[in-house]
Design a protein around this ligand. Structure first.
Ligand code: M6R
Length: 610
């Protein structure tokens, strides 16, 4: 996601800011910019694209000075562009602001500021902060910032400089990380430690509601209401490489652990007064919805598995027939598509060539296009009529984890939203689903507790000694089995197959013999008995069975050799939880076999060829 760096001292800020931003590149971004005070005024340089593009621009617009802020932006409000890149400023360019996070009430603040005559030049939520600073200026940078943040709702880490008081760099944190680096005759701010490690290892970590005022020789910490804070600096002992991964050994493990946050962020702002509200994002009306006679989910790989869940969810909740296709097959089967088709493309990157080609074909035939993607301004998002962003944050590991669970959340939100509109479910049922959706971040977090993870790790170490492994499940569990199997193949290179549990006896059961490992999922109450019968079939042939089930399900625990319990939840939402141990299983199987977790052989993060 976005990155922040700020510097105040006696060295040239430009190279320090650029160097700091380069250490944050791993977070993913689509534009970058700097604002530096040159002794008279604040100079700005911003560019869409990579830091290299910004550096090229800087060759023609040098920014000298010893006080500055820099930013790498991962687009949220507004497409990636020079105008939307940070830092943002007011009309007189007296302030410069960089911001990570989302200002939830920016639309109403913007409206008020426009009514007062302010002119906006970007589509961002951040620009309201710059305009508010100028609007509320009271002769003191600290007290003006304090006034402004009182009006903001949402999450923010802010870096602010002003021509009025060019001896200060002000930082504020609420629900978005920010650290202060303490140097000799110079001080820095950053959204993540790697950006400042080259200059200092002494840092203050800001808590929510903290504010810091930096001069070259001093850092003053206070709460945003002005109450002073006494705090010790901490000494960073890790190296940059580790820090980029927040101390995790691999991006995949970091991203698995980010799932509670990613789920929470994908839900944020979309549930209001107990109801799903996507009206800010989607323009599909009740009439449009009534007019759709079919829905097509189209995607690749992990996103396709999310689409399989989407089919189940939409058909159950909305009662419109849904088909789900792998994108590379879609165009060639001559699907029935017309203006009464809602085509839903799911893509983490938004750049997958197969998905994009299928989308364009459906569009050409008149379908309404809805994209579920993790990247604002991606090709899939740009081609679509409607977009739902999954707020998983940049996913670096090739094996998709947090993007998948966020896609599931998007699909649930869509299903419930449509069901509300068409009144296909009772109010009470809808409310039960909404309440349980809100519990999922905590339930996901419980699966990441050390004792749970260690258990999965020990099964993975043992079972990864085998050359072949099976995943079985029925209904939604079958879709999760496919995802677990893909994860395992992708990074551990163990041959694995996922089967609808009831289908085994139609052929594949022939492969089950003494000691063959089978992972059996049983999270769907109505299917539990049937799944247990299928587990008994493989047990009778000597299979070693690891069961994955909800805590309450006793049947599977009697049949399986080992059991992983997931927290109790409604059957509909079990995939979000059941997949987490399977992701961890694949991760530890890969470690056991000594392969590259984040960059598996032959695979790319974004597949831009058909
Ligand atoms: O970026 P997309 O979601 O469109 O990518 C689709 C697949 O290439 C992707 O999910 C792939 O299957 C993952 N590497 C699986 O972990």
């Amino acid at each position: 996601m976005c990155g922040i760096v700020g510097y105040i001292g006696s060295q040239e800020a430009q190279s320090i800011l650029l160097d700091g931003l380069s250490k944050l590149e791993y977070r993913g971004y689509d534009s970058a910019g700097l604002a530096i005070y040159n002794g008279e005024n604040i100079g700005f340089c911003k560019s869409q694209g990579r830091l290299a593009d910004l550096k090229q621009k800087l060759e023609t617009c040098l920014l000298p000075g010893n006080l500055g802020i820099g930013h790498t932006r991962w687009a949220t409000h507004g497409k990636p562009s020079d105008e939307n890149a940070h830092p943002h400023t007011d009309e007189q360019k007296m302030f410069a602001v960089v911001h990570n996070g989302i200002i939830e009430n920016y639309a109403e603040l913007k409206e008020e500021l426009i009514a007062k005559g302010h002119v906006f030049t970007s589509e961002t939520d951040t620009e309201v902060i710059a305009k508010l600073l100028s609007d509320h200026w009271d002769g003191s940078l600290v007290s003006t910032v304090q006034k402004v943040v009182q009006e903001l709702r949402g999450a923010y880490a802010l870096g602010i400089i002003s021509e009025y008081e060019p001896d200060k760099l002000v930082a504020v944190r609420l629900a978005s990380p920010l650290v202060i680096g303490v140097g000799k005759g110079e001080n820095m701010i950053a959204s993540d430690i790697p950006a400042i490690l080259k200059y200092t290892r002494d840092v203050y970590l800001l808590d929510d509601g903290d504010m810091a005022v930096l001069t070259p020789d001093h850092v003053q910490l206070m709460r945003v209401d002005g109450t002073p804070i006494e705090r010790e600096t901490i000494q960073i002992t890790w190296d940059v490489k580790q820090a980029e991964k927040d101390g995790y050994d691999h991006f995949m493990l970091k991203e698995i652990n980010e799932q509670p946050r990613a789920i929470r962020d994908t839900l944020a702002g979309r549930i209001k007064k107990g109801r799903v509200d996507l009206s800010n994002e989607l323009s599909i009306s009740k009439e449009d919805l009534k007019n759709f006679e079919r829905i097509h989910f189209v995607a690749c790989g992990t996103a396709y598995h999310a689409g399989m869940i989407g089919k189940y969810v939409l058909e159950k909740l909305v009662r419109i027939p849904v088909e789900v296709d792998v994108a590379s097959e879609y165009r060639y089967r001559e699907p029935i598509v017309n203006e009464r088709t809602l085509f839903v493309a799911i893509s983490q990157s938004g750049e997958t060539a197969d998905t994009l080609a299928a989308l364009k074909e459906a569009k050409r035939q008149g379908a309404r296009i809805l994209a579920i993607t993790n990247v604002v301004g991606s090709s899939v998002a740009r081609e679509a009529d409607e977009v739902i962003i999954t707020w998983a944050g940049p996913e670096i590991a090739v094996a998709s984890t947090k993007a998948y669970t966020s896609q599931l959340i998007a699909v649930y939100l869509l299903g419930i939203y449509f069901a509300q509109m068409l009144e296909t479910q009772s109010e009470q049922q809808l409310q039960t689903w909404v309440e349980e959706l809100l519990q999922l971040p905590d339930k996901a977090a419980s699966l990441l507790q050390p004792e749970q993870v260690e258990k999965v790790e020990s099964y993975a170490r043992e079972m990864s000694k085998h050359s072949s492994l099976f995943f079985i499940g029925r209904g939604l569990d079958y879709a999760v089995a496919l995802e677990g199997s893909l994860k395992l193949k992708e990074i551990s290179y163990i041959h694995s197959e996922a089967y609808a549990a009831g289908e085994l006896k139609h052929g594949t059961l022939a492969l089950i013999e003494e000691d063959v490992p089978v992972i059996a999922l049983s999270t769907q109450k109505v299917l539990a008995e049937k799944t247990v019968s299928n587990v008994q079939e493989v047990k009778a042939r000597g299979a070693y069975v690891l069961g994955v089930t909800n805590e309450a399900d006793a049947e599977l625990s009697k049949t399986a050799d080992e059991l992983i319990s997931i927290p109790a939840t409604l059957d509909l939402f079990a995939p979000v939880l059941a997949v987490i141990p399977l992701q961890l299983f694949a991760y530890y199987a890969c470690l056991q076999r000594g392969f590259d977790v984040d960059k598996p052989r032959n695979l790319a993060k974004s597949v831009t060829v058909e």
